[in-house]
Design a protein around this ligand. Structure first.
Ligand code: FES
Length: 406
């Protein structure tokens, strides 16, 4: 297994900072606090270990430094960014700096007053999450009663004149409702609908056995999406993010490690990808101690998987490596125990069988409305602490049992 705590001199020499483009996209994860408890949350399962948040001044510094580096798109995310009462101050500064700003929210706390204040501060765009088109499933999957509130918030967002993306994470439970979810988005006047099939990191990885759909569910949902695209035209642009477990080639994750994406976690850790915290040994630089420019261009964490020098076989000699860049490092670690391995989604990977077996198991076990009694682990502080304790055992994640009860 590649030890990420050791410097990778040969890698850095092949990934010269002079060839590195500036970041384009800053994701400011303002807090891990969240009123929802979604079973597929991508936040790290050990988020309770990283609960100290940057101050307003520190976040303002991050925004200025990231803009000076060249970042142009800014997402305010979390957890739930609205639990920070300085959000309007940060939005105002982001607008002054020239960022295009997007608020990524569950809608909880998005009152008319805050919408008005955010509009005045210059917020450009809002992405509102739903878990389903039905109250029953929306509230079950988030372990909260928020469906009605989200409906009201969606109407308020449109009244305030914001462009709106509805986001719905898809999985075995709600894939059969894709037509209703699209109808809901159309009725709400959303300009965009993002139907994002679950990516299995963080909490979703622990709930994979419960969430993984069947290939048939996916095919049917895609056909429904195509039908609506044909009949609705540009009224609402529908994105359908395919789950890569069903592919034979991996995704070009984050469009390349350290290529365009720069995340900053609530405690100031700088992230080359959403799930980088899951990679043991990778020392994440912190904006409290290291200038952002140095983090982006010189840190070991951001240089570690740039370029091709880090690759092992079969990626190293693969004629497709420039297209997919070896796939996802976090998925490679979660499934094989080594982040420098080929992403097992690729059928050239010696571990591809693991992905095939997950899909096979989903097909064998899935029946309509069946998995409710299974032990889904909802994202909450108690489960985070339990999982941290379980993960401190010697067993690596690719060998750990799935679906522990919460
Ligand atoms: Fe980390 Fe793909 S999520 S590299």
């Amino acid at each position: 297994m590649t030890d990420l705590s050791q410097p990778a001199a040969d890698v850095q020499s092949q990934a010269a900072p002079t060839g590195v483009a500036p970041p384009l996209w800053l994701l400011a994860e303002l807090t891990y606090r969240c009123p929802l408890h979604c079973a597929f949350c991508y936040n790290p399962v050990d988020y309770t270990d990283h609960s100290r948040e940057l101050s307003t001044e520190q976040w303002l510094g991050v925004l200025r430094d990231a803009r000076a580096l060249g970042a142009a798109q800014l997402g305010f995310s979390g957890g739930e960014p609205l639990v920070r009462d300085d959000l309007e101050v940060l939005v105002e500064e982001a607008r002054r700096l020239g960022f295009y700003t997007n608020l990524i929210t569950s809608g909880v706390g998005l009152t008319d007053k805050r919408l008005g204040d955010l509009k005045a501060a210059g917020l450009d765009h809002i992405q509102l999450s739903f878990q389903d088109s039905t109250q029953e499933l929306n509230d079950f999957l988030s372990s909260t009663r928020t469906f009605d509130l989200k409906q009201r918030v969606a109407a308020s967002i449109k009244r305030h004149g914001f462009p709106m993306v509805l986001n719905c994470v898809l999985h075995r439970y709600n894939l059969p409702h894709v037509d209703k979810i699209i109808e809901m988005a159309l009725a709400m006047g959303a300009e965009y609908l993002e139907l994002a099939n679950t990516q299995y990191y963080g909490w979703a990885h622990h709930n994979q056995a419960q969430l993984m759909p069947t290939p048939e569910q996916l095919e049917e949902a895609e056909a429904v999406v195509e039908r609506y695209r044909r009949t609705q035209g540009d009224r609402c642009k529908i994105f359908f993010v395919v789950p890569d477990y069903f592919e034979r080639r991996p995704k070009r994750c984050m469009n390349g490690w350290g290529a365009v994406f720069l995340g900053v976690a609530p405690d100031g850790a700088a992230l080359p990808c959403h799930a980088a915290r899951s990679l043991p040994g990778l020392v994440l630089p912190n904006v409290k101690e290291t200038p952002l420019r140095e983090i982006w261009y010189e840190s070991d964490a951001f240089n570690r998987f740039r370029g091709f020098g880090w690759m092992k076989e079969p990626c190293r000699s693969c004629d497709e490596k420039e297209r997919d860049l070896g796939g996802c490092r976090c998925q490679a670690y979660l499934l094989t125990g080594d982040a420098a391995n080929a992403d097992p989604v690729c059928d050239k990977s010696p571990s591809h069988e693991k992905v095939v077996n997950v899909v096979k198991l989903a097909r064998e076990t899935a029946t309509a409305n069946e998995p409710r009694e299974q032990p889904i682990v909802f994202r909450n502080d108690a489960n985070s602490r339990k999982l941290v304790a379980a993960c401190s055992s010697d067993e690596p994640p690719h060998e750990r049992g799935r679906g522990q009860g919460g």
